[in-house]
Design a binder for this molecule. Structure first.
Ligand SMILES: NC(=O)c1ccc[n+]([C@@H]2O[C@H](COP(=O)([O-])OP(=O)(O)OC[C@H]3O[C@@H](n4cnc5c(N)ncnc54)[C@H](OP(=O)(O)O)[C@@H]3O)[C@@H](O)[C@H]2O)c1
Length: 313
């Protein structure tokens, strides 16, 4: 299975389906990455925060050693965590990720969230009252340090994650190197069409995280069981997950479904032998319930000046 690519505003190409890896640990995630590469995935999404970069690096290294792929065949994405926003922490944080992954560069490095935590290596620093300790680091300064990482060859591209439209515009206003993507939650109950239109108008590709919004215990909503999704899936002899992923692909959105199950890993990439009709797309888009469909809200950060969901997303 060979996955098509989309071309970013800097000319680089990313496979439109990648493997999500959050919540996958140790042998389970290592095996999942190897299974995914064997199934044809050439794009892996991870982050320092997922604490699995070492295992992912091992899986990629084994597949390179087996001759299945070369380093340049695989598109590796990682993310700068919230405690590393201060300008002088960005490069060390990326270098740490490169060491864990066992590679000399990542293909894409994202600012994971616009809001920053207290600087340091503690991922979630809490005070004695159990409140997260914020930092008022300016994400535009963080972006400048991200640009330096491109110039040093530590990452090929840089981008954003969970930034709202105003925040993206702030970055665009100061950027020497434009963000190539904003990685955000998107699925049938959360279409964020205004956001998608805005990004398109700025030459920024949207990447959909939680595109299945399926089995997660965190999910308040489950489009995977929605009768409209089930009917369309039955019509094509496809799974509900494949219909949800195809919806985003036909909207021009990159998808990164996570699975550690070999059958689901394989089926989540089998998306290129059917097309949803305009009528199917309309029915699926009508499932949008706006912000109520968002399952990842990071509510404990809502008092931060840069919390992205206090403004129109
Ligand atoms: N930038 C951010 O802030 C951010 C936030 C969240 C996620 N992400 C990224 O986006 C990726 C995807 O998001 P996600 O993991 O939250 O959600 P997701 O990919 O939409 O859903 C994953 C869940 O669905 C199950 N699943 C996978 N394929 C399925 C299928 N074909 N049928 C039914 N269930 C299926 C998985 O279980 P099994 O493993 O058992 O198959 C898992 O429980 C993450 O892994 C991460 O890389 C980024």
């Amino acid at each position: 299975m060979s996955v098509p690519t989309v071309t970013f505003n800097n000319g680089q190409k990313i496979p439109v389906v990648g493997l999500g890896t959050s919540g996958g640990y140790e042998n389970q995630i290592k095996q999942a990455v190897k299974d995914a590469i064997d199934a044809g995935y050439r794009h892996i999404d991870t982050a320092h925060f997922y604490r699995n970069e070492h295992e992912i690096g091992e899986a990629v290294a084994e597949k390179i050693q087996e001759g299945v792929i070369a380093r340049e065949d695989i598109y590796l994405v990682s993310k700068l965590w919230n405690c590393f926003h201060r300008e002088d922490m960005v490069k060390p944080a990326l270098e740490n990720t490169l060491k864990d992954l066992g590679v000399e560069y990542v293909d894409l490095y994202l600012i994971h969230w616009p809001h920053a935590f207290k600087d340091g290596w503690e991922l979630k620093p809490y005070d004695e009252n159990g409140k997260l300790i914020f930092s008022d680091a300016d994400f535009c300064q963080t972006w400048k340090a991200m640009e330096e990482c491109v110039k040093l060859g530590l990452t090929k591209s840089i981008g954003l994650s969970n930034f709202n439209r105003k925040q993206i515009q702030k970055i665009l206003d100061i950027a020497e190197i434009k963000p190539v993507t904003n990685q955000i939650e998107v699925h049938p109950y959360l279409a964020v069409q205004d956001h998608v239109d805005f990004c398109k108008s700025k030459g920024i590709v949207v990447t959909a995280y939680r595109p299945i919004a399926g089995q997660s215990k965190l999910s308040k909503v489950s489009p995977i069981n929605d009768p409209i999704v089930l009917n369309i899936a039955a019509k094509y002899g496809k799974t509900p997950a494949q219909v949800m992923l195809k919806l985003q692909l036909q909207r021009g959105i990159v998808v990164i479904p996570k699975s550690t199950n070999i059958d689901r890993i394989k089926s989540n990439i089998e998306l290129f032998d059917f097309e949803l009709t305009l009528e199917d797309l309309r029915s699926l888009m009508a499932l949008d319930i706006g912000a109520a469909g968002r399952t990842i809200t990071e509510l404990e950060c809502r008092e931060h000046k840069d919390y992205p969901f206090n403004d129109a997303f």
